[in-house]
Ligand binder design. Structure first.
Ligand SMILES: Cc1cc2nc3c(=O)[nH]c(=O)nc-3n(C[C@H](O)[C@H](O)[C@H](O)COP(=O)(O)OP(=O)(O)OC[C@H]3O[C@@H](n4cnc5c(N)ncnc54)[C@H](O)[C@@H]3O)c2cc1C
Length: 460
């Protein structure tokens, strides 16, 4: 077990930093948690960040293990499947899973943050330091230290160690990379996002089916909407940044209105502030971060988005970060030095974070285009039927990722490739499930997909 003593310093009190602080404290390690923002428990939600997030089994499992799920649960809105909105306004509901429990949940980023920070504030041994912005990290010194801006002064603090949970744009990662300690690659996506509000109607009721994640797939781009607890929905438009159909091209009110009416006619009038929101909201950047390592000796390490930010199309970024924290916690009991723990954390976790990065990129195509395709829908229906017949061998990839924390991302990716091949072969030339040669595809399942062990640790 890592010995206690000097506090562990964490930069960034987002989902990763807050949960990690709670888990470290439960192991008897004192923690100082720094964040550049003011304390979110005092104020209203930050604007410009994604307002709500999809929480799934991996995140829930980690929150439960840390003893904080009960605080978060009242803020959850279940989403039982995708509601696909076609161009002509017709809708089709695609359930996420076969079982009633296979749902994901919408949660406001602000509510999650408040719950986690309230739990951290109530825990002895965690000191919260808001308005402390990490501004340098000197890893080359004999006693590595970092500086954090606190108002008009900079406080210098030794790293014993410093854990960077400072998000996708991590300053600590950039320092580690600039100092040649790791190689960090930030791969931007040429699509960005902006958020739009769908308020409740005059009676306070939601304007869309509440327990669904709504998708308007339009080939090269898409709009999605997640429900909020107050009956409103937060819509997110994902669009190329430049080009003929792009944020760049939506320069004035007329073009914005024409674009929305052409592509999203069934919802446009439910977004009364669409013009100003699309013009004034900051354009969110998207991308993937790949690192050759996540630590600098025993002095510093990266956890969460700082180590491996991904694009948001699988709704797994935060879930993956919470799972990181749980894995880190498990390693605490098996290591007596930070350096070996950090090295092992990278070795165990990296194959999984690379796998979810790949699946998240693939899922953009699925959400913006494939969900509208009848061939894809047939494959989805077949996948659910094959899962019913072979629940231990054939679990749809989406379900492995979203509903099975026992199955590592890497396994989901690998088995998903085999399953995708079997589904394509089985549905070739078929229009309905009755036309599928079940005997043949089931023989292939028995041959190619060994049974899954439910109790396997997620990272094995
Ligand atoms: C549009 C969009 C939609 C998303 N949807 C989902 C979803 O549905 N489901 C899901 O699981 N994930 C989703 N994600 C991903 C999710 O938001 C991230 O994976 C998650 O927030 C990462 O948590 P984190 O704590 O590692 O980093 P962050 O949430 O980015 O937190 C970093 C913290 O560090 C602080 N900080 C930054 N710099 C400094 C500094 N220099 N000094 C001190 N503090 C600093 C920040 O103030 C912040 O509090 C989405 C992301 C986007 C962009």
């Amino acid at each position: 077990m890592i010995p206690g003593g000097e506090p562990v310093r964490i930069a960034g009190a987002g989902p990763s930093g807050a949960l990690l602080a709670i888990l470290l404290q439960r192991r008897g390690l004192p923690v100082e948690l720094y964040d550049a923002r003011p304390d979110p428990r005092g104020g209203s939600a930050e604007s410009g960040r994604s307002i709500n997030l999809a929480l799934a089994d991996r995140g829930i499992h980690a929150l439960r293990a840390a003893g904080v799920f009960a605080r978060v649960a009242p803020s959850l809105v279940p989403m039982r499947g995708r509601m696909i909105h076609a161009l002509d306004g017709t809708t089709v509901f695609q359930p996420y899973g076969r079982r009633a429990a296979e749902v994901i949940y919408s949660i406001s980023r602000h509510a999650l943050s408040q719950s986690l920070l309230a739990a951290a504030a109530g825990a002895p041994g965690i000191a919260l330091k808001f308005r402390h912005s990490l501004e340098h990290a000197d890893l080359g010194r004999r006693t590595p230290a970092f500086g954090a801006h606190a108002g008009d002064r900079v406080v210098e603090v030794p790293m014993r160690p410093l854990i960077g949970c400072d998000g996708a744009g991590s300053l600590l990662r950039r320092r580690m990379s600039d100092d040649g300690l790791i190689e960090a690659r930030e791969v931007p996506l040429d699509h960005g996002y902006k958020e739009l509000t769908i308020p409740p109607d005059a009676t306070g009721a939601g304007r869309l089916e509440r327990e669904a994640l709504h998708v308007w797939p339009r080939g090269e781009f898409m709009l999605i909407a997640l429900p909020n607890g107050d009956g409103s929905f937060t819509a997110t438009l994902f669009l190329p940044v430049r080009g003929p159909v792009s944020f760049d091209a939506l320069r004035d009110g007329d073009r914005i209105e024409r674009f929305l009416r052409t592509h999203f006619a069934d919802v446009v009038d439910s977004m009364p502030d669409r013009g100003t929101e699309l013009r004034d909201h900051p354009l969110g950047a998207l991308g993937t971060v790949y690192c050759s390592g996540w630590h600098a000796g025993a002095a510093a390490a990266l956890v969460g988005d700082a180590a491996h930010a991904i694009v948001p199309f699988h709704g797994q970024g935060m879930n993956c970060c919470l799972e990181d924290c749980l894995e880190f916690d498990a390693l605490l009991t098996r290591h007596s030095s930070w350096e070996t723990l950090f090295a092992q954390f990278f070795a165990v976790r990296k194959p999984h974070t690379d796998a979810i990065a790949t699946m998240a990129l693939e899922n953009y195509l699925e959400m913006r285009a494939r969900v509208a395709d009848p061939g894809f829908r047939l494959q989805q229906a077949l996948a659910l039927e094959l899962e019913r017949r072979h629940p231990r061998r054939f679990v749809p990839r989406y379900s492995m990722v979203m509903f099975h924390h026992e199955i590592g991302y890497r396994t989901a990716l690998e088995r998903g490739l085999v399953q995708s091949r079997l589904l394509s072969a089985a549905t070739r030339g078929a229009v309905t499930l009755e036309q599928v040669d079940f005997e043949r595809v089931e023989r292939a399942i028995l041959r190619e997909l060994p049974p899954l062990a439910w109790n396997e640790a997620a990272t094995q």
